[in-house]
Design a protein around this ligand. Structure first.
Ligand SMILES: Nc1nc2c(c(=O)[nH]1)N[C@H]1C(S)=C(S)[C@@H](COP(=O)(O)O)O[C@H]1N2
Ligand SMILES: [Mo]
Length: 437
């Protein structure tokens, strides 16, 4: 059977020398087909800046090691190093009016699976309302035996849960249907985040108000100027929906829905209504603006898919990716993110030859349900051009489609739910570019 080594393409090779023992064993399993793992250094000595032979002079002592540093409470709320000032949310611009805009997560500069709160992408239909939590209320009414108005204090008294999940806007990567448009992974895939969310299971609140047996749908409404509203199926409310007040260990940020939002794991981002003020229980979908004229998917035959809640499996290589430059040949780690609204990631494959051959990439773990999962694969770049791709398979067996497969199924009239395999073209000069391979 042909393997990547047989082809002309740059080779995917095992990672290992610097890894710890269990990690080594893991990589040996993951790369067993490639033979024994060599105990040679991964990086050639010349690649280490200012490298000096071991017997040479000790490290010079820099100025910052000769005096006391800044005091505690230098920043009462901690800030990143000033040298990381470029790692910020960015926006594509072109918003029809200033409130209806989005900003995107700098995926290429992040590690692991958790999105730092200040870098979580934002999507607002009418700006960020400044809400006084003491005045904020959540009303649950409609088909309820005991309709109720909850204060924030009430909600904080209920039993709470914390769960790590991704949140993806259904418009994420929507620029890529026809031409490779976005300059980098922040702009192509950055309507994506993964946080620890804390709040009350919606099922607890529904039990509290006594939901009627004939109830099938729940209207969720936001307190922003857009009064963003969507219909939620009751089965989702009882499965894993959360009414959330905290994110990554602290109360929600204003832009993320302070003081209260709905969170629906695995569903398109717009259903996780921010600044949640009302839940109305009914028997039919409420056919709001955001599920009739917006957030439906036009098909080639002129009909539209409605209520396309689930975000299907998707993956993207974040390192290396456009904007970054490979300055050296030799060892590099290909690393990226995979996720599925249907469940856990089962496997990620990586190709360096535009999808002709694939190698399974180890998952870093933890591999959580409906959360971002980090994959990484060691690679020896020989300096020749390459086309880097990743492809995820989730626990339901769903395989991330190629762009051709996606278009064959959906046509080109949809804006939302683009989840095709992404290609980054690596040139001999080490630069990367968004391409359709
Ligand atoms: N009330 C309200 N909820 C909202 C929105 C909004 O504009 N208003 N935007 C939705 C969309 S389109 C997305 S993708 C997510 C974005 O959540 P984030 O800004 O916390 O990333 O919130 C959703 N909930
Ligand atoms: Mo969205």
């Amino acid at each position: 059977m042909p393997t990547p080594q047989d082809s002309q393409a740059p080779q995917l090779a095992p990672v290992a020398a610097a890894a710890s023992a269990p990690r080594r064993a893991f990589f040996r399993r993951a790369t067993a087909a490639l033979g024994a793992v060599a105990a040679t250094p991964l990086l050639a000595q010349a690649q280490v800046q200012n490298a000096v032979p071991a017997e040479a002079a000790p490290l010079a002592v820099p100025d910052w090691s000769r005096q006391p540093g800044e005091p505690v409470l230098w920043h009462p709320y901690g800030q990143p190093s000033e040298h990381e000032r470029h790692v910020v949310r960015r926006s594509r611009g072109n918003a029809p009016f200033p409130g209806a805009a989005s900003s995107m997560t700098p995926l290429a500069d992040l590690f692991g699976i958790i999105t730092p709160t200040g870098l979580v992408f934002e999507r607002h239909h009418a700006g960020i309302p400044q809400i006084d939590p003491d005045q904020h209320r959540l009303v649950i009414h409609g088909l309820a035996k005991r309709p109720r108005v909850f204060t924030m204090d009430d909600l904080l008294r209920f039993p709470s849960v914390s769960r790590i999940h991704f949140l993806e806007c259904s418009g994420n990567t929507g620029t890529e249907w026809r031409t490779p448009t976005s300059a980098n992974v922040q702009l192509s895939h950055g309507l994506l985040s993964c946080c620890e969310w804390t709040g009350v299971p919606l099922s607890v609140l529904l039990d509290e108000v006594g939901i009627a047996p004939e109830a099938r749908w729940i209207l969720a409404e936001g307190a922003d100027g857009a009064a963003m509203s969507r219909s939620i199926p009751v089965h989702k409310a009882f499965e894993d929906a959360l009414v959330v007040y905290a994110q990554n260990g602290e109360r929600l940020r204003p832009e993320s829905g302070y003081p209260l939002r709905l969170f629906l794991p695995g569903f398109e981002g717009n259903m996780s209504i921010k600044w949640l003020r009302r839940l109305k229980i009914g028997t039919e979908p409420f056919q709001t603006r955001e599920e009739t004229s917006k957030y439906t998917d036009s098909l080639p035959d002129g009909t539209a898919r409605q209520f396309t809640f689930l975000m299907e499996a998707k993956s993207v290589i974040t390192r290396p990716s456009p904007g970054q430059v490979l300055r050296q040949r030799g060892f590099h780690e290909i690393s990226g993110l995979a996720w599925s609204g249907l469940g856990r990631v089962k496997r990620v494959d990586v190709s360096v030859d535009g999808g002709r051959s694939w190698r399974e990439a180890p998952l870093q773990g933890p591999v959580l349900n409906r959360a971002l999962t980090r994959f990484s694969l060691g690679w020896h770049w020989d300096g020749s051009p390459a086309v880097l791709q990743s492809r995820v398979i989730d626990e339901t067996g769903y395989v991330q489609p190629t762009r051709e497969q996606l278009i064959a199924a959906r046509g080109l009239n949809s804006l939302y739910h683009y989840n095709a395999i992404q290609s980054w073209q690596l040139s001999a000069d080490g630069s990367l570019k968004n391409v359709h391979a």
